[in-house]
Design a protein around this ligand. Structure first.
Ligand SMILES: O=C(O)CCC(=O)C(=O)O
Length: 394
């Protein structure tokens, strides 16, 4: 039988007095409803999450270097239930909303300085989310600064259309670059970036962007080796079939990158439903901001409000877990870059390099076999998530 993830979070009875505009309110409002239809998902009872770590020092996740497990620290600092944790949140109205979420709705606050990495596990000890700490090297800090400044300079001289500047993820310019297969499309291609071609090429050719992209890739491989292989195998098949499909980065398994341009990147509550449902997205926070005052990542089903310092990265199943950010303090600046892969690419390869519609028209029997197999794909996908037992990734 197909189960559903159907997590509902009731809006509190009394709307809060706020002078936030509706978009901002949406970011932090305490109402949401997340539905993922047609997926065999553990029930709400079994899909509870726990917080583990600090367990690994974050000094070895980069490039092809094998990540090292060093200096494990036995006792995790659990997320706090004390609303006083919110004391630095700069916007009083946002603070009020978060305070209510903590007091009435069971949200917890995770302080994180980015010095160590922390997995968030589900009840089966699977790694659902990872807070990946910063690499403790000056050149890495410099790369995060360079990427931010490069995006700031590019963004300042670019013209962004309304749809690029205001979209379901928020009110900030965002451009996606890479390989995808959009709705109605028949074959994978590099997505059009409109008039931003030269700017996007400059960004993906930038050695600092490439360094962060490699770090995202290596962290994904380290924390989720089975899922990583699934991505890698798919990309090898896809590009074996069409070698002209150029990847953004030779040293990344992901098909696409989103550049969320500064200065005011904070996302509304959303899920990235086109990404692979059981897949992972890597997000780097960038900029000059106080992470205790704003920029927090809220994971709604997990009821976690997480400090997300500039230069740090989070791996999360962005199609499945509803997420948003807290706005940064007035006068401070934030941007982010993410890598992800569209679920449609996996379906295309799985179908024998064709779309569902074309397969149905050309080979109904095969289409039906594929449709039946899809019923357990979610479960199979979740089983590719690593388990984290006794400080080890298995
Ligand atoms: O900026 C962030 O922290 C989140 C980015 C995000 O959710 C997105 O680009 O979809």
């Amino acid at each position: 039988m197909r189960a559903k993830l159907d997590v509902k979070y009731k809006q509190s009875a009394t709307p809060l007095e706020t002078d936030l505009d509706s978009d901002k309110l949406e970011t932090t409002s305490s109402s949401y409803e997340a539905k993922k239809e047609g997926a065999t998902m553990p029930s709400r009872d079994t899909f509870s999450f726990s917080f583990r770590g600090p367990d690994l020092q974050s000094n070895g996740h980069e490039g092809t270097e094998k990540a090292k497990q060093t200096k494990s620290t036995p006792n995790a600092t659990p997320p706090s239930r004390d609303p006083a944790s919110l004391k630095n949140i700069s916007n009083p109205h946002v603070r009020t909303i978060l305070d209510k979420m903590m007091k009435e709705d069971g949200f917890a606050y995770k302080a994180w300085d980015g010095g160590t990495s922390h997995p968030v596990l589900d009840s089966l000890k699977r790694v659902a989310v990872v807070l990946v700490g910063k690499i403790n090297q000056e050149s890495y800090q410099n790369a995060t600064k360079e990427v931010f400044e490069g995006m700031e300079a590019c963004g300042a001289s670019a013209y962004f259309s309304d749809s690029e500047s205001k979209h379901k993820r928020g009110k900030f310019p965002a451009v996606n670059v890479g390989i995808s297969l959009g709705p109605g499309g028949t074959k994978p291609m590099r997505v059009s970036v409109g008039g931003h071609g030269p700017m996007m090429q400059r960004l993906i050719d930038n050695k600092h962007v490439q360094r962060l992209a490699s770090h995202q890739d290596a962290s994904f491989k380290f924390w989720q080796p089975k899922l990583y292989k699934h991505y890698s195998d798919m990309m090898v098949k896809l590009r074996g079939r069409n070698p002209t499909l150029r990847k953004n980065f030779p040293r990344s398994v992901f098909a696409s990158m989103a550049f969320n341009f500064p200065p005011h990147v904070y996302t509304h509550r959303h899920r990235d439903v086109r990404n692979l449902p059981y897949g992972m997205c890597a997000v780097h926070a960038l900029g000059n901001f106080d992470p205790t005052a704003g920029g927090h990542l809220i994971l709604w089903e997990l009821k976690l409000i997480i400090e997300f310092p500039p230069g740090c990265m989070v791996l999360l199943p962005s199609a499945t877990i509803t997420h948003s950010n807290v706005p940064v303090a007035v006068g401070q600046k934030r941007a982010s870059i993410t890598q992800y892969t569209a679920g449609s690419l996996f379906r295309h390869v799985d179908n024998g390099f064709t779309t569902d519609a074309a397969l149905k028209a050309s080979n109904k029997a095969r289409f039906e076999v594929h449709s039946a197999a899809r019923l357990c794909r979610w479960e199979k996908g979740l089983n590719m998530w690593s388990k984290y037992v006794d400080g080890k990734i298995i």
